[in-house]
Write a protein that binds this ligand. Structure first.
Ligand SMILES: Nc1nc2c(ncn2[C@@H]2O[C@H](COP(=O)(O)OP(=O)(O)O)[C@@H](O)[C@H]2O)c(=O)[nH]1
Ligand SMILES: [Mg+2]
Length: 186
């Protein structure tokens, strides 16, 4: 009995997708998830082409992380393929560059397309929205107009997600050795 349980544990597999617009920090987040703290690895990151795949083995689980490139030339393709690829995914991390406020609308539009795929194919997925590059010294937040933009962004995203989908919205940054804080919605 123990043996069976043990084996079951060893062979448990999880699949994570990290997706968002280009340059929002996806590959840096994957490095953090893999526990890589070597600064050079961050400095030598090149824009991801297509999809990158990484495997992490913990005591009892093999985690596969799919890092989807964000450039416009790949996004249409991703959306088409995601319908099938998402079926057995446990978690999807949607990354938004909080400092790229000029592309909030585009980020929300892309999120909407991904959300439709989730709703149609795998609404048991665990969804995380990372408001990334929320660095400790972020000046953006001290400007009222920008702060309002962030508030609107959070509210918009929150409104889009149906309540049967499990999700969280978090502030993240690689400059705090990867800190995550839940956002409270009023
Ligand atoms: N300020 C800041 N920059 C970041 C953070 N995470 C990543 N970056 C930078 O954003 C740029 C794009 O990162 P990358 O991980 O390649 O983004 P990707 O295109 O989404 O995979 C790089 O110059 C990173 O060093 C962060 O938390 N804060
Ligand atoms: Mg990348």
């Amino acid at each position: 009995m123990n043996e069976i349980n043990k084996n079951k544990g060893i062979f448990s597999k999880k699949k994570i997708i990290v997706i968002g617009l280009d340059n929002c920090g996806k590959s840096s987040i994957v490095l953090c998830l893999r526990g890589i703290k070597n600064l050079m690895s961050f400095l030598t990151l090149k824009p991801t082409k297509g999809i990158d795949m990484d495997k992490i083995n913990t005591m009892d689980t093999e985690i596969t992380i799919w890092d989807y490139s964000g450039q416009a030339q790949y996004r249409t393709n991703h959306i088409q393929n995601l319908n099938e690829q998402i079926i057995d995914v446990n978690k999807l991390i949607y990354v938004i560059d909080i400092q790229d406020y000029k592309r909030y609308n585009l980020a929300v539009e892309y999120f909407g397309q991904i959300l439709d795929i989730i709703k149609n194919n795998n609404n048991l997925i665990e969804l995380s929205i990372f408001l990334h590059k929320w660095d400790p010294d972020l000046k953006l937040l001290k400007k009222p107009t920008k702060e309002e933009k962030i508030q609107n962004l959070v509210l918009k995203i929150n409104k889009m997600i149906p309540n049967y989908i499990k999700y969280s919205i978090q502030k993240t940054s690689i400059y705090t050795i990867f800190q995550k804080t839940d956002i409270k919605i009023k």
